[in-house]
Design a protein. Structure first.
Length: 106
C-alpha cells in the first residue's frame, strides 16, 4: 500500500502538470521507479496496476491516464491531475484494489 506518511518519508523531486512528484531516495523518477504523484490526492505509480476504478468512480474526475512506458506494473497510471477539485469522498481510496491512493483531507 501507499505510504500515507510519504510527505515525511519521501522527497519532492519534480513537478508533473500542476502537482508534485515524490521519490523515496530524492532521485529523479526512472521508467521502473516512478514514485508518487500528487499531494492532497497521492497515487503511488509503483503500486498502480491501471485498474481504472478510481477514474470510473471519482465524482469530480480528479484522475487522468498518463503513460509510463516500461513500468513493470502497468504502462499507464491514474494521474491526480485535478487534485484541487477533490471533495474528499474517499471513494477512490476504497475502490483501488492495490491501495495505491492516499487522500489527505488536511
Ligand atoms: Fe475523487 Fe473522492 Fe478520490 Fe477525491 S476522494 S479524488 S473526490 S474519488
Ligand atoms: Fe491505479 Fe488503483 Fe486507480 S490500480 S488506476 S490507482 S484504482
Ligand atoms: Zn502526474
Amino acid at each position: 500500500a501507499i505510504d500515507s506518511n510519504f510527505e515525511k518519508t519521501y522527497e519532492e523531486v519534480d513537478r508533473h502538470e500542476d502537482h508534485q512528484v515524490w521519490t523515496t531516495d530524492g532521485k529523479e523518477p526512472t521508467e521502473e521507479k516512478q514514485g508518487i504523484h500528487g499531494t492532497h490526492v497521492a497515487v503511488d505509480f509503483d503500486i498502480c496496476i491501471a485498474d481504472g476504478a478510481c477514474l470510473e468512480d471519482c465524482p469530480v474526475d480528479v484522475f487522468e491516464w498518463t503513460d509510463t512506458p516500461g513500468h513493470p506494473e502497468s504502462e499507464i497510471k491514474a494521474d491526480p491531475t485535478y487534485e484541487d477539485q477533490c471533495i474528499d469522498c474517499m471513494l477512490c481510496v476504497d475502490v483501488c484494489p492495490v491501495d495505491a491512493i492516499d487522500v489527505d483531507p488536511g
